[in-house]
Design a protein around this ligand. Structure first.
Ligand SMILES: NC(=O)c1ccc[n+]([C@@H]2O[C@H](COP(=O)([O-])OP(=O)(O)OC[C@H]3O[C@@H](n4cnc5c(N)ncnc54)[C@H](OP(=O)(O)O)[C@@H]3O)[C@@H](O)[C@H]2O)c1
Length: 304
């Protein structure tokens, strides 16, 4: 008899690896927006159901018995507005509260700290609508969970990388990047370490509140790109200054580059008990390249 139910809302890149990790010990149900992807997840042995929170019509799309369950909510907010209407709709249909709600947020909620180290006690100061939607979502989660006595865990996550999520195409196309002296600092997280944090949040009944989930090593986006290039044996990306970037990069890309912060992961290590496998970028990039290489050799397509 397997353990309690875990519902993964938004079973994409992270969700699929999380589902595989949980499958032995939990009854896992995953949601995706299309029947095709649900079928692909089922072929992987993952019980999947179709749920599109932009086109919600009935409440029959999520499992009814969630009272003993954990929900891990991985669907992103919509691309516009200042609040997360998808999450709002999900809460409308989740009429039976689960025991635990794990929400994946972003470290973008801290805004620009000019490179200073921030921990979970730092005030949020979102600088973009994207980050404002996350702050609004975190608040919705807090209120919903508090009113229903649901254990709440919010994981604030920086850029996720891993197999299938390395900037190899950008490097092959020689797309320009910001010169290092103009680039702000950031952290990253390897997808398997993020999955470990999600599992810890579900398993550990003492886990509650907000945790930063990062590798703890800060670097610029240019340094990350350079390490990927070096380890993948590709040429370094051409450099541009911030002034040139302002003229040629997309507003979304610039919004990431305009922020600089170092994120403390101490609470994740000490209180959530996560043991990072890829605290060092090089180790994480090597793993990602190895797994990508194996998939290419096996001729298996990337379906996230
Ligand atoms: N990428 C990063 O660097 C980064 C950094 C910080 C936080 N995050 C956040 O971490 C979470 C997981 O990331 P990921 O890489 O696994 O994302 P992903 O691969 O894009 O997966 C997102 C999942 O959400 C589902 N989804 C999207 N729109 C939906 C809607 N309208 N209704 C219901 N489900 C919907 C997708 O459905 P389909 O399966 O049908 O596509 C997919 O299953 C996301 O919230 C992401 O924003 C990402």
């Amino acid at each position: 008899m397997k353990g309690p139910h875990v519902l993964i809302v938004g079973c994409g890149y992270v969700g699929r690896r999380l589902a595989r990790q949980l499958q032995g010990d939990y009854q896992v149900t995953a949601t995706t927006r299309s029947a095709e992807r649900a079928a692909a997840l089922k072929r992987d042995g993952i019980d999947a159901t179709v749920l599109d929170l932009d086109r919600l019509r009935t409440s029959s799309q999520i499992p009814e018995r969630l009272d003993q369950a954990a929900i891990c909510y991985l669907a992103p907010p919509p691309g516009s507005g200042e609040s997360d209407l998808r999450l709002d709709r999900f809460f409308q249909i989740a009429t039976v509260p689960p025991q635990t709600f794990v929400y994946i947020s972003t470290t973008g909620v801290y805004g620009d700290t000019k490179g200073a180290l921030v921990d979970e006690s730092a005030p949020v100061q979102p600088m973009t609508d994207r980050a404002r939607r996350r702050v609004s979502a975190e608040e919705m989660v807090r209120v919903w969970c508090t009113e229903r006595h649901v254990r709440r865990v919010v994981l604030r996550v920086p850029g996720i990388y891993g197999p299938g999520r390395l900037p190899l195409e950008r490097l092959r196309k020689a797309e320009p990047t910001l010169r290092d002296q103009d680039a702000g600092v950031t952290n990253r997280i390897h997808v398997d370490d993020l999955v470990a944090a999600c599992v810890a949040a579900i398993r550990n009944p003492e886990a509650r509140g907000v945790y930063n989930v990062t590798d703890g090593t800060s670097h610029t986006s240019t340094q990350f790109l350079d390490r990927v290039a070096a380890l993948a044996q590709l040429p370094l990306a051409p450099r541009v200054s911030m002034d040139e970037a302002q003229l040629t990069f997309s507003p979304e890309r610039l919004s990431f580059l305009n922020e600089s912060r170092r994120i403390s992961n101490e609470r994740m290590l000490v209180n959530l008990g996560v043991r990072l496998r890829y605290a060092q970028l090089d180790e994480g990039i090597r793993q990602a390249l190895d797994e990508e290489g194996r998939r290419t050799t096996d001729n298996r397509p990337w379906s996230q």
